[in-house]
Design a protein around this ligand. Structure first.
Ligand SMILES: *[C@@H]1O[C@H](CO)[C@@H](O)[C@H](O)[C@H]1NC(C)=O
Ligand SMILES: *[C@@H]1O[C@H](CO)[C@@H](O)[C@H](O)[C@H]1NC(C)=O
Ligand SMILES: *[C@@H]1O[C@H](CO)[C@@H](O)[C@H](O)[C@H]1NC(C)=O
Ligand SMILES: *[C@@H]1O[C@H](CO)[C@@H](O)[C@H](O)[C@H]1NC(C)=O
Ligand SMILES: *[C@@H]1O[C@H](CO)[C@@H](O)[C@H](O)[C@H]1NC(C)=O
Length: 291
């Protein structure tokens, strides 16, 4: 009798651990989003107007007109939220800007919806999905996501003048966030020189508020969503600071992420094996004693 209930609880534990770790393995793979961010379960707040944080950058994006063109808005729509008094004067390298975007929930197939701003981009000479995502849109989207939303195109055969959708990552606040006075989730690409607390202080919020929305596993050049009640006032710089991007940090992050993922999955495999052996043992016990 006692052995039978022991066996039962063993099998229960086995299945518990099995599914628990199956689930967490799946989660850890799904974490960094390269193809796009799923819409929140309750989509009543889509579409919404939100903002992307953009840094003016040489050679092509040192004036409001070309940045406005890239995002299909007008120069004034950028200069007003960005505290720029003379929209026609040139910008300086890394000058911070808030670019308005319209964020919508897009159905790719019945089980997959992703949240992005649908921007049209006309291919110029030398462009690739990768170069436009990383240089023009500054990693506010990824080439993987561009491929997902433009199915049926061969990304290596782009013709000058072709028009593609570039899905700029965004999110709309859900009902709970709106109740907590989170009116915008600003799309922001983390730079190698930054960390979550420096981003939080730039927006005048707590670091934990960023972690609550984005988790803690954010690597340089990932897009994160900064929850704010209103946009902070940008202090437009007098001198251009420069932050050389570092590939090293990024690769180290990927390797760390990979080894953590492998570690979790490995540990769960061991646990499942141990639990399985436990069950077999308990079955053997029952047979021995009942004979
Ligand atoms: C979505 O939000 C609305 C408004 O708060 C609520 O009435 C509805 O029940 C929610 N639906 C789901 C599936 O959570
Ligand atoms: C994106 O916008 C274009 C028009 O600007 C429209 O034809 C297309 O269907 C939209 N795509 C999605 C996925 O919303
Ligand atoms: C975008 O990310 C890539 C690495 O994924 C990096 O090399 C590139 O410098 C980034 N672009 C910008 C504008 O920061
Ligand atoms: C975050 O970055 C700032 C400078 O940008 C630095 O002063 C601070 O020590 C960093 N904090 C952590 C926890 O790394
Ligand atoms: C706008 O930028 C100027 C510097 O260009 C700064 O002195 C001023 O405080 C800013 N205004 C606001 C409202 O942030």
């Amino acid at each position: 009798m006692r052995n039978k209930s022991q066996c039962l609880s063993f099998s229960f534990l086995f299945f518990f651990f099995f599914f628990f770790f199956l689930f967490s393995c799946h989660q850890s793979q799904a974490q960094p989003s390269t193809t796009g961010y799923t819409c929140s379960a309750n989509q009543t707040t889509y579409p919404c107007r939100t903002y992307a944080f953009y840094r003016a950058s040489a050679p092509d994006f040192l004036d409001l007109a070309s940045i406005a063109d890239l995002f299909s808005v007008s120069g004034r729509m950028i200069s007003e939220p960005s505290n720029i008094s003379s929209p026609s004067s040139p910008l300086i390298q890394n000058q911070p800007l808030f670019v308005p975007i319209t964020c919508s929930c897009n159905t790719l197939n019945p089980s997959h919806t992703i949240s992005f701003a649908n921007l049209s981009y006309t291919i110029k000479s030398g462009d690739t999905f990768y170069s436009v995502s990383t240089n023009n849109y500054q990693n506010l989207t990824t080439y993987q996501s561009v491929e997902v939303v433009n199915p049926g195109f061969v990304p290596t055969k782009l013709e000058v003048g072709d028009v593609f959708i570039f899905p700029v990552f965004c999110k709309c606040p859900d009902q709970t966030q709106l109740r907590n006075r989170v009116n915008y989730l600003v799309s922001y690409v983390l730079q190698p020189s930054e960390n979550l607390s420096s981003v939080a202080s730039r927006f005048g919020i707590e670091t934990q508020a960023i972690i609550d929305v984005n988790g803690n596993n954010i690597r340089p050049f990932d897009t994160l969503f900064v929850p704010v009640a209103r946009l902070p006032e940008l202090k437009q710089p007098a001198v251009a600071p420069s932050a050389p991007p570092s590939r090293k940090t990024e690769r180290k992050g990927v390797i760390t992420g990979l080894s953590i993922g492998l570690g979790i999955c490995g540990a769960s495999l061991v646990l499942v094996l141990v639990a399985g052996v436990g069950i077999i043992c308990s079955f053997k016990h029952i047979n021995l004693f009942s004979d």
